[in-house]
Design a protein around this ligand. Sequence first.
Ligand code: OFO
Length: 169
Amino acid sequence: MVSDIIEKALNEQIRIEAESSQIYLAMASWAENQGFEGVASFMYAHSDEERMHMLKLVKFVNERGGHAQVSALVKPPVSFGSFKEMFQTLFDHEVMVSQKINDLVGITLDQRDYATHNFLQWYVAEQIEEEALARNILDKINLIGDDKGGLYLFDNDVKLLVGAVEAPQ
Ligand code: OFO
């Protein structure tokens, strides 16, 4: 059984994961509009992955006797000045999510809820990967700058990364 404190904290994380999914969906749509198919497929896949992160939490909360909530979401940014700006937003967002997961893990220790603590280890590991992937892409885009040819090749490269984004379950 989850305590009220843990239930509230997990529901907050459900909202964050849902917002993440919307953020990446908005990025996918923007990239698709710019004609960057590789980046768009990467973002669509990432959006699905975030939904999977959310669903995993929903199921866990309900299995543990809580009530997973579906909340109102903040509207994500829908357009960007450049790919660099978009990937910087993505990276900053993932750093924020990692911080939220860390806070959540801290709460489970305070509450001596070792089952939830154990469950959250998957998210801890996932955030390490997500941050590394976002940093890697950002490094590449910083090298390319606004060079059109470079961006074209980058778009093809990013297509290959789509397989690296875990398929939604
Ligand atoms: Fe759910 O990991 Fe990104 O935000």
